[in-house]
Design a protein around this ligand. Sequence first.
Ligand code: GDP
Ligand code: MG
Length: 602
Amino acid sequence: PDVKRIRNFSIVAHVDHGKSTLADRLLEITGVIKPGTEHAQVLDQLQVERERGITVKAVTASLNYTHNNEQYLLNLIDTPGHVDFANEVVRSVSACQGVIMLVDANEGVQAQTVAVHSLAKRNNLLIIPTLNKVDLPRANPDKVKSQLKTVFDIDPATVLSISAKKGWGVEELLQAVITRIPPPIVKLDDHFKAHIIDTWHDKYRGVLCLAYIHSGKVRIGQTVKWRSGSKQHTVKFLALLRPQEEPIEEAGAGQVIMVGCGPKGGGSVGDQLLSIDCADTGDAITVAPVRHMVYAGVFPADQSQHTQLSDAIKKLALNDSAVSVTPDSSPALGQGWRVGFLGLLHLDVFTQRLLQEYKAEAILTAPSVPYKIKVKGSKIIKQYKGEEVIITNPLQLPDANNIAEYYEPLVIGTIITPVEYIGAVTSLCIDRRGTPLPSNAVDDRMTMLQYILPLSEVVVDFHDTLKSITSGFASFDYQDYGFHPSPLIRMDILLNGVLVEELSTIVHVSRLEYNARRLTEKLKEMIPRQMVQVAVQAVVGGKVYARETIKAYRKDVTAKLYGGDVTRRKKLLKQQAEGKKKMRSVANIKIPRNTFIDVLKK
Ligand code: GDP
Ligand code: MG
């Protein structure tokens, strides 16, 4: 099609404001699915998405639409709304010229609305402000329009009103997509150049990529190369996604297509696919690198499943380019990986997908955030070649004497809350070591608060706590604010004076005593009595901050049984023998493997 009649756009919104429902309606209007029947959320294809009712992966659909007797190609990219998947949103918008920004006409502007609006602004995208759910009796479009004016300076006259559920106003919205969003600005007669916005693995065809073509044309059989490599490849598969594949012979600049170069053809998110004569690798289309917010150890339940899990992780990591995977090992848990995630929901979804899509069961250790240290000037330890080192695992931390400065990751948190909860929300933020930024009214009932918060205080249960203290009415989103100096310290655990490496943690000094007490108490609960008394100590630089004692006890699992039942007795002894295999021994103290997995979890 003529580039002038291509529109690439995305729907962005706070979670639950109706993106997937609207996408379904657009698919109906353009004839992809039959109206009237229940096709709940065609674009949410993953099992995890259906079960959780959230969109995890961005999916593209190329739609045909006729306007004023002209045929248009509309490339719709449905995006996930949750903060953890902001990475997917960023990648989708890199191929777009505009967005439909949906706002629930009941709920009004929420924290994620603020986040997606600033994302669209940063990327110079045209924004079509759209109120959704106007069919609901409590919808208040005028009020939400004035919120949009106050918060984003959006002219109320440009705001559309729709009901994605009933289909009201959706035709007008499509017309606005055509008349307001500009066509892609691209060079058709230049060398072929495309950038990869998504990849997934196909059993028979190898890596398939979703690509946005910046210049030139591509056709089946063409010789191409990856920007990252020197090898030549042949284009084997080309298709439009409607969202089902529709094979095509050729595609040109401005289009969003599926492309594959066969099982050995490669392809990864952020890379560029170029025609072989394309010397120009300059003006790279950059997508900001992913910042991993939490790390966790991932291990097979049993070492015999290591290869299978390794395979599954590789394939899933290809589809979920936001994870980072590096090999790791632990005396207690064996060979595994240290995996970086965007947040806890991302971590949950990753493990669920491993299980559901790849039938691989993994054990995850408690998540922690990354820290940064500056190694002391002259005393650079061999393994830390640079001056500043990111620490993703407390075990990597060198001796405190060699550290000049500690840094922790901070975020800017945005909270939109009804005014009556401002007091409670403020206390929560202060308790989580937050620093307030200026606040802004959204309207007479809602306020937007912003805080600089340590990521470690946010990732675990901040969102849940915020929801519960505001009866579910406050919304939250955060943005990376980088590493900043912070008084941190490494806390170790000693059992009868012997250090247990896997239980070391990095803590803020103000949290030291609390964490020391909590961890020793929990260990006392989790470690069974032993032949000898066990002292559990939390120490920092030789000073003991908390201590618990596990009394000696001669463990005989059959003592409780009175004679008789031989089979039961045998079974118990067998269980005990198996249990022993799953113990890690430190200074003759047997620690159940679970302890290492669960003790640091909240
Ligand atoms: P997403 O998280 O933005 O993808 O939101 P969904 O499309 O999954 O919608 C969230 C919920 O709002 C679902 O229960 C939808 O049925 C409902 N919903 C979406 N659009 C409308 C609408 O226009 N009117 C009403 N009444 N409900 C809607
Ligand atoms: Mg959705």
